[in-house]
Design a protein around this ligand. Structure first.
Ligand code: AGP
Length: 651
């Protein structure tokens, strides 16, 4: 969940004109990556003064390092106070602490005792304490309590080994590459590493195992990033680094090998969104921008999915032998959805539709619980992972476990080239575009949309749905963006409702049937944005305990079932009456023209009419706006809520 950026610029771009491009690129990258973690930040620049450019004596190059706890602004202020000289290469890191408090010492980059090597890391080294003990016994001095510092000292030792060995030294232009190949074999856990060597100021060496790493290809300059947003303003030409690869990157060369040093290749792709997606486009917050982008996110996710000739939905990635893949999907007897947080609630929504359309059981499992409960998973199971980032370690490990048990896997993901995508048999991308705000909004509605498409794909290849039936549902889905827009247009009125409740201490959210996961997600939004206690309940559960919580100080949001489900609707109206009888305010989301809702509720938000199974795509929007407005009315940072990171890439 840390943000990583690297830059290697040509001599003519840096040293001759003394530009600070290496610094600017690193800081811009960290600014765009700050959503991945922001409790400390740091950079290392590798400098070789212009007056010795043609001098072979490497000893004249040197490292410059600045790192500070707290937000990126603290680092920028530090650099203004203690300016840096122009450099050829730079690496930058913004951190979400796993090992050790967010302090200046624990901030990355970490540096070898002789200031020769600097290193940044995203992930967790699980055998760090054992390695640290051995290093300390060999006299290495540590300045932090992080797992990452162990790696930089190991790297320095291996660099010494490589330089002392004539054969090894002759094998590679940059000893750091060979040293990295030796280090990664000693590490257990997950890592993306970037390292620079003061003796070779033009190179950065990166390594990837389980954590994300992409390369950006520029003109006379090249880039590293934990995702493409790190360098999107400079190039859209990218390479996705694969599992267990090492990259030696200079201004005009990118050499990829496996951990044994055998030449390898990454996967080239073009980034299909522009830098404006990484800015707020005039809105005060990314979150408001992204809520307002929800109609487009759903529309884009639906675009071009239906194959008129086959009458089937098209996935973005299927195995080479698609017939065998689809034949196996016809024989599965269970679907398990694995995800975390909001993505898991999208899975809970999708379960209602997939079971209704495909008539096979669908289980939804929190990814971090899944593989430790000895689940029944085999070749007749389809495991679907849902992940916006595609880097959530819990979900990646759950999907990997499912594959090991022989299950087919399909990933619903918003990030091209992500680790979860690469390991899945099939992929269906959400097309929400970049989601910067930590709170998942447009990704959530896109995940539900994609999961519905997957359900229709399964129903059509398994023969549960005819083409015309699939088309009918796709047509209903295609009307959803405009109906979401009708709710987004109520941004101000819903915000005013929130402002009137800014002093509340706790809120309940109730939903029934497909509205129940919406209640859970509505509660999560309020918790993570406004830091207010909130709980989502199945409405039928109310009288089995939670009703004891109800009083005049406990406002309750109720997601009313569609009028097309009269039996469920009547039960929830009764719940509303029970709540009102105990003095609580009731806010409902209900079908437009739901007279009873208006009759019984304190305030009702009208839901444009859609088929019952599609109501979550609409109902969540007012709850997102409500949580957003309440948090901003309290002066909270909705884009970077305390203690949270956009992608949790550690277990
Ligand atoms: C929700 O607002 C949070 N951002 C969080 O629950 C998130 O949905 C969860 O961590 C899963 O992330 P992913 O979709 O990137 O896997």
């Amino acid at each position: 969940m840390c943000g990583i950026v690297g830059y290697a610029g040509g001599n003519d771009k840096n040293i001759v004109d003394d530009s600070d491009r290496a610094l600017v690129v690193a800081l811009n990258g960290l600014t765009r990556l700050e959503y991945r973690g922001y409790d400390s930040a740091g950079i290392a620049l590798c400098t070789r003064p212009s007056n010795i450019l043609d001098d072979d004596s490497a000893s004249k190059s040197y490292l410059q390092v600045r790192k500070k706890a707290g937000r990126l602004k603290n680092l920028i202020d530090e650099i203004e106070t203690h300016p840096l000289l122009p450099a050829q290469t730079s690496i930058g890191h913004t951190r979400w602490a796993t090992h050790g408090e967010p302090t200046d010492f624990n901030a990355h980059p970490h540096i070898s005792n002789d200031l020769r090597v600097a290193l940044i890391h995203n992930g967790i080294i699980e055998n760090a304490s054992k390695l640290r003990q051995a290093l300390e016994e060999r006299g290495v001095h540590f300045t932090s309590v992080t797992d990452t510092e162990v790696v930089v000292h190991l790297l320095r030792e291996e660099l010494r080994f490589v330089e002392d060995d004539d054969n090894l030294r002759k094998k590679t232009k940059y000893p750091l590459t060979h040293a990295m190949q030796r280090v990664v074999k000693q590490l257990n856990g997950t890592f993306t590493l970037l390292a620079v060597d003061a003796s070779f100021s033009d190179v950065i060496v990166g390594a990837k195992h389980d954590s994300p790493l992409v390369v950006g290809l520029g003109d006379g300059e090249n880039f590293f990033g934990s995702d493409v947003v790190a360098f999107i303003e400079y190039t859209s030409n990218a390479i996705e680094i694969q599992q267990d690869q090492i990259v030696t990157l200079t201004s005009n060369d990118v050499v990829i090998t496996d951990f044994d040093g055998n030449l390898s290749t990454g996967k080239h792709f073009t980034v299909d969104w522009d830098v404006s997606a990484a800015t707020k486009s005039g809105y005060k917050t990314f979150m408001e921008k992204e809520i307002r982008e929800e109609p487009k996110a759903v529309a884009d996710t639906l675009l071009g999915r239906f194959d008129e000739t086959t009458g089937c939905i098209k996935l973005d990635k299927v195995p080479h032998d698609v017939n065998a893949f689809e034949e196996r999907l016809r024989t599965i007897n269970k679907v398990i959805i694995v995800a975390c947080g909001t993505a898991a609630y999208a899975g809970l929504v999708a379960r209602y539709a997939i079971e209704h359309w495909c008539r096979i059981p669908v289980e939804v499992e929190l990814a971090h619980e899944f593989r430790y409960r000895d689940p029944i998973v085999n070749s007749e199971t389809l495991v679907v992972s849902i992940s916006q980032s595609g880097e959530t370690m819990d979900t990646l490990m759950a999907q990997r476990y499912a594959s090991e048990q022989g299950a087919q896997t399909i990933s619903i993901c918003n990030t091209k080239g992500a680790s979860i995508v690469r390991e899945a048999d099939g992929v269906l991308y959400t097309r929400a575009g970049l989601e910067v705000s930590v709170a998942s909004t447009k990704a959530f509605v896109s995940q539900i949309t994609a999961a519905y498409l997957l359900g229709l794909y399964l129903a059509s290849i398994r023969g549960n749905k005819y083409t015309d039936e699939v088309l009918e549902i796709v047509d209903d889905l295609c009307e959803v963006p405009d109906k979401i827009q009708e709710l987004v247009d109520q941004f101000e009125s819903i915000s005013n409702l929130a402002h009137g409740l800014r002093d509340i201490k706790s809120v309940l959210f109730l939903g029934r049937n497909i509205g129940y996961p919406v209640a859970l997600e509505g509660a999560l939004k309020l918790k993570e944005l406004a830091y207010i206690h909130a709980e989502g309940f199945a409405a039928g559960e109310l009288k089995h305990g939670p009703i004891a919580l109800i009083d005049a100080n406990m406002p309750v949001f109720v997601i009313l079932p569609s009028l097309s489900r009269p039996q469920l609707h009547a039960k929830v109206i009764s719940n509303i009456q029970e709540i009102k009888a105990r003095g609580a305010q009731v806010f409902t989301i209900a079908d437009a023209q739901d007279i009873q809702a208006h009759e019984h509720a304190t305030f009702t938000i009208d839901r444009p009419i859609v088929p019952s199974l599609l109501t979550p795509l609409l109902d969540i929007v007012p709850l997102q706006i409500f949580a957003y407005a309440l948090a901003t009315s309290k002066g909270l940072d909705v884009d970077k809520p305390r203690n949270l990171a956009k992608s949790v890439t550690v277990e």
